[in-house]
Design a binder for this molecule. Structure first.
Ligand SMILES: *Cc1c(COP(=O)(O)O)cnc(C)c1O
Length: 357
């Protein structure tokens, strides 16, 4: 394995722990005389690995027994449709905090008549709502939020209390990065390729009563009930992606679990925000209490300087720092697997770059 890895700040697919990649390299051929790519998803090797992966999720996240843990295909984007198809009666409440939450709303509109109960679009998505900003309508089938806004760089640090109305969260870019109370949610979904593993598998955590909802005709493969009843084996699941997720979960456990991971994440993010707060050269468009610990977004005084910053960082072994094309600026995605030394290197580089201007 290549030891001279770059510091990969890509937003997703994103960095995986080197330890996990090495473990994968050393073990992927060892599945009863076959590789992980060749085994049957109905065989006992796979079943044992799948059971272990679900048990690890339950343990690490404290998922209560009345929730199902499903592995689906189609990415987080498919959940934008599956959620309203399955659990929206006539309307649902959406919170708009960025690009992904807008996409979720657009899909819900195809199925029914969702309402927007909060949006920060007027201030270019500079913040997530405070708890008191989220007042669900009584006829809403659920409230949909995006816990971390991967493109704009904002994140919830307090979740809204929606009472008896189920809270549904797209947690694609911050799942497993801090402990939280799963029982406050009706449904959580996350594409794996930011914090959990490679692209190709999506985690869905859904409360049992929501699996049983049925308001309309839904194709069999699009029903949560199908995947819950078949234990994610209705069709061939992404076997090798699930195996990598398994190895990532064991790595999280070795780090001391999700609480230890959160501590690391907070320390890493603080190193960059500290540079931003002490600078008049760099600016962050996100309000302080909404700052993301996963995707740190900031701007430089001009596009020219931004391009030079990104190019120079790349020369020094830091890639993936260019902001999303719709937002511009710089984005440092520092997910769970991103090493502390890499963040330190970036913070140092930022100070030097500013001084050189
Ligand atoms: C990346 C991302 C998505 C899209 O995930 P796909 O797996 O490409 O469908 C959705 N929501 C959030 C918050 C994301 O970060």
């Amino acid at each position: 394995m290549q030891r001279n890895r770059v510091y990969n700040f890509n937003p997703g697919p994103a960095i995986l722990p080197l330890e996990v990649l090495e473990e994968f390299r050393d073990s992927f051929m060892n599945f009863g005389g076959m590789s992980i790519f060749e085994i049957s998803h109905r065989g006992k090797e796979f079943q044992a690995m799948m059971d272990e992966t679900i048990a690890l999720f339950r343990e690490l996240m404290g998922i209560p027994p009345h929730y199902h843990v499903l592995f689906l295909g189609g990415g987080a984007s498919l959940q934008f449709s599956m959620v309203p198809m399955n659990i929206m009666d006539k309307t649902a409440d959406h919170v708009l905090t960025g690009t992904w939450s807008k996409k979720a709303l657009a899909e819900a509109k195809i199925i029914g008549s969702p309402k927007v109960i909060f949006s920060s679009e007027e201030t270019k998505f500079s913040r997530v709502p405070r708890p008191e900003d989220v007042r669900p309508n009584s006829d809403a089938s659920y409230v949909h939020i995006t816990s971390n806004n991967t493109i704009y760089g904002s994140q919830y640090h307090v979740f809204p209390d929606t009472g008896l109305i189920p809270l549904v969260a797209d947690m694609s870019s911050d799942i497993l990065s801090y402990p939280f109370d799963v029982s406050k949610f009706g449904l959580i979904y996350a594409g794996a390729q930011k914090n959990l593993g490679p692209a190709g598998v999506t985690l869905v955590i859904i409360r049992d009563d929501l699996v049983k909802r049925s308001y309309r005709m839904v194709p069999v493969i699009m029903r949560y009930s199908t995947h819950a009843e078949e234990k994610s084996l209705y069709n061939t699941p992404p076997v090798s992606a699930i195996y990598l997720v398994n190895l990532v979960l064991k790595w999280v456990k070795r780090q001391g679990g999700v609480a230890a991971i959160e501590k690391h994440n907070r320390e890493k993010a603080a190193m960059i925000y500290d540079v931003l707060d002490k600078s008049s050269f760099y600016k962050t468009p996100i309000e302080k209490d909404s700052r993301s610990f996963m995707n740190v977004v900031f701007t430089l005084p001009s596009d020219e300087l931004t391009d030079r910053f990104v190019a120079k960082a790349k020369e020094q072994g830091m890639t993936g720092l260019k902001g999303h094309r719709t937002v511009g600026g710089v984005r440092a995605s520092i997910y769970n697997a991103f090493p502390r030394e890499g963040v330190k290197t970036l913070a140092q580089f930022m100070r030097e770059f500013e001084r050189a201007q």
